[in-house]
Design a protein around this ligand. Structure first.
Ligand code: NAD
Ligand code: AKB
Length: 314
């Protein structure tokens, strides 16, 4: 059960996840109760109240929380793995300070619940790569990964020390047709569909056999909403949950696309993102998410490709 009248603020609502999350939460809570915030207006979300917000501006954030009497915050504003490596000090600042601002609001009981996404980037080259468990070695090699690992620790601390109801998932690479990815290492798995339909070819910035954990955006949004709606006592992990959908290489994805577009061809020109991908798991073990709150993915590679191509064609 949940209170349909509670107001929700989504910070970073104009991004790859934000657009779809706002749309889906609006179906549950109503457009008027889901407030979208980002650095600039988002034409795709014209049905929702919108606030221009830089999450680094704590006073501006506080005044939006007061204005709408917000009860839940989904904090999505961040620099991702590839852009983070290009701007490390700002990535650290944005990814950490934004989180502190929101966790402090929850500590002061101005809001009841926080969602903050982590990532497979918390893992590093010393982590077991196959079927990576929830609790394992974590020595991330990117600024993004370091910020996510630190963020997980802070979420856990605010929960244990101050009773903050903060919930989190370690998303794999997310693939959806409604919004564009924003500067990650897994972005190829979205770009490839656009290029396959437009030009029948794609040059991949990762090598052909680079296996990475991935997930259809619909599954990721469903997982997020499910986690945010289970009773608090079921959320036993307050760092962040491993979450698994599927795992594939660029070559495997290209072969699947070729079943729909036989002329499609792929070439490989690995760049700096290859080293990031090589430091990440190839597949994830999410037994705890399945056991604690009943997670189960819907999409395999075949269904994902079919869904992406048919929707992008429209
Ligand atoms: P994105 O880059 O597509 O979107 C981020 C949004 O935040 C953008 O619309 C941007 O304008 C906004 N933003 C940036 N700085 C801001 C600021 N100072 N104040 C307010 N808004 C600001 O990112 P995404 O892919 O939607 O990811 C959202 C979250 O999910 C991030 O924390 C990311 O680390 C995490 N995540 C994403 C993926 C993925 O595959 N997309 C995987 C793992 C984790
Ligand atoms: C990225 O590639 O940076 C993101 C992620 C897996 O966190 N998609």
């Amino acid at each position: 059960m949940y209170n349909k009248n509670e107001r929700i603020l989504i910070i970073g609502a104009g991004g790859q996840i934000g657009i779809e999350l706002t749309e889906n939460l609006s179906k549950l809570y109503g457009n008027e109760n889901v407030i979208a915030a980002d650095l600039k207006p988002i034409p795709a979300l014209s049905q929702n109240p919108f606030e221009t917000l830089d999450v680094l501006n704590k006073e501006a954030l506080f005044s939006i929380i007061n204005k709408y009497q917000i009860k839940q915050v989904y904090l999505l504003a961040a620099l991702l793995s590839a852009t983070g490596e290009q701007n490390p000090s700002f990535a650290w600042k944005l990814n950490m300070e934004g989180l502190f601002h929101v966790l402090d609001l929850a500590k002061e009981k101005q809001i009841n619940k926080v969602y903050w996404p982590s990532s497979i980037a918390v893992f590093g080259p010393t982590t077991p790569r196959i079927n990576t468990p929830q609790h394992t070695v974590m020595e991330p090699s990117t600024v993004y990964g370091i910020s996510k690992q630190a963020g997980e620790g802070w979420c856990n601390w605010y929960h244990k020390k101050h009773g903050v109801d903060v919930r989190s998932l370690r998303y794999p690479g997310l693939i959806g047709w409604k919004s564009a990815p924003g500067g990650g290492t897994t972005d190829y798995a979205v770009h490839i569909f656009h290029e396959a339909l437009k030009n029948k070819k794609y040059e991949c910035f990762l090598s052909e056999n680079t296996a990475l954990p991935m997930m259809h955006m619909e599954d990721a949004i469903r997982a997020t909403i499910e986690l945010m709606h289970v009773p608090s006592e079921k959320v036993k992990i307050r760092t962040s949950y491993n979450l698994s959908g599927l795992s594939f290489t660029p070559k495997e994805m290209a072969l699947e696309i070729k079943k729909h577009i036989p002329e499609f061809s792929i070439t490989y020109r690995p760049d700096f993102r290859q080293a990031i991908a090589d430091s990440w798991p190839a597949s994830i073990n999410d037994a705890e998410a399945r056991e604690h709150w009943g997670w189960k993915e819907h999409y395999n590679l075949e269904r994902l490709c079919e869904n992406m191509l048919s929707n992008l064609k429209k």
